[in-house]
Design a protein around this ligand. Structure first.
Ligand SMILES: [Zn+2]
Ligand SMILES: [Zn+2]
Length: 404
């Protein structure tokens, strides 16, 4: 215990010393954002930085993924830390000296902060490696924002490449910045953190005819109205109201001309769920209702589903241990337990493979509005960087201990 106390005190001191370094890294990444699967420069900077610290570095994992392995001087467990590093196709609306220099690309999801915190933690912990236990793997992940538009998830690819294997990771840690939470605060969920999601494509096939003679065809647009009503009815009448689930269609396409009956309508949407049984129930009910409608309306109805992300779950025992560490290093007033959210995140692929802890780092300047993620006005408070650094380095050092 005394050993851990001394280690945490040293991490606390070093997090303050390295605050400026992490800000410098963050501004560099912010100036040079890269889209999913195009993180060439970002990955190179990260790999060079980790190699410069003496870590064993592997590059080109699942595209531009990078892994840096830090071996402690004492026996212990393998723990992994994931930082995503891609940006979004947005024109930055915030003026600063470190404004994006890539036209139409912006770090609007805070992955520049995630990566600089990871590199800062690698630097901090490499400075005390003899006192550390086990092995710490820093995973710089490409393409978190990629799916579903034909882009493979970077997390899925890195897990498939074996970054959590041999020796298997006893814990994998990740964080996301949270603009609705004041800087200085962190938030975590005891178990379910974020929704799983499916991409749905619903095709309604009718029969074209002249607009003047609808009885000679089958109107796919008219059918789509009934289909949408039935879809909503599933959520209203067939799902236990205590189980959160969201089904929204964000795209509809059909028809050629105002006086031709549309023969085909395609709807695209997403299903989000916090419980696998709810997902299966909704899909079963949808298929049953669509089969009935197909007969009643004489249209062909096809529902194709592709899973995008699994449900993101923290390991309950690890979450309890991690929350105790966060409380110890940040103070109880700064750590909140929280409800799951209906968004999704591909960290869920890591969490499906190893015990996981994912938490949220407040980046809102107190009193400010806190522009949301994916907004061109997203403007996180950099005072969150040393908080994220201290939290992350402390978690890694403690969880790598044999008996943690
Ligand atoms: Zn995002
Ligand atoms: Zn993100």
């Amino acid at each position: 215990m005394a050993h851990l106390e001394a280690l945490l005190a040293e991490i606390d001191r070093q997090a303050t010393v390295l605050a400026g370094e992490v800000v410098r890294l963050r501004r560099d990444f912010h100036r040079h954002p890269e889209l999913s699967h195009e993180e060439e420069r970002t990955a190179r900077v990260a790999a060079d930085y980790l190699a410069g610290l003496g870590l064993t570095v592997t590059t080109g994992i699942a595209g531009h993924g990078v892994m840096g392995v830090l071996k402690g001087g004492r026996p212990g467990r393998a723990v992994a830390y994931r930082a995503d590093m891609d940006a979004l196709p947005l024109e930055e609306g915030v003026e600063s000296a470190w404004r994006s220099r890539a036209p139409g690309v912006m770090h609007a999801c805070g992955h520049d902060l995630h990566l600089s915190i990871a590199l800062g933690a690698a630097r901090l912990l490499s400075g005390m490696r003899e006192r550390l236990a086990g092995e710490i793997r820093f995973l710089c992940q490409p393409a978190e924002e990629g799916p579903p538009r034909g882009n493979a998830s970077g997390a899925r690819g890195m897990v498939a490449a074996g970054v959590l294997n041999g020796p298997p990771a006893a814990a994998v840690i990740g964080l996301h910045v949270a603009p609705q939470l004041d800087v200085g605060q962190v938030r975590y969920c005891p178990e379910v953190v974020m929704a799983g999601s499916d991409h749905l494509v619903l095709t309604i096939q009718g029969k074209a005819a002249h607009g003047a003679t609808p009885h000679r065809g089958v109107d796919a647009i008219a059918a789509s109205a009934q289909v949408l009503a039935q879809v909503q009815a599933v959520l209203l009448h067939e799902v236990d109201a205590r189980h959160p689930v969201v089904l929204t269609f964000g795209k509809i396409e059909g028809g050629a001309r105002f006086n031709i009956l549309a023969d085909r309508v395609v709807l695209e949407g997403s299903l989000r769920f916090l419980d696998e049984r709810v997902r299966q129930k909704v899909l079963r009910s949808l298929k049953r209702r669509l089969a009935g409608l197909s007969q009643a309306l004489e249209v062909e109805l096809d529902l194709a589903t592709t899973d995008i992300y699994p449900i993101l779950k923290n390991d309950p025992a690890l979450a309890e241990r991690a929350a105790a560490v966060l409380t110890r290093v940040l103070g109880a007033r700064h750590v909140q337990a929280h409800q799951p959210a209906m968004g999704s995140e591909d960290f869920s692929y890591f969490a499906a493979k190893a015990p996981a802890f994912y938490f949220f780092l407040g980046v809102r300047t107190p009193g400010a509005k806190g522009e949301p993620l994916h907004s061109p006005l997203f403007n996180p408070d950099e005072a969150a960087l040393p908080v994220g650094l201290k939290a992350s380095a402390s978690l890694l050092a403690v969880l790598a201990e044999e008996n943690s």
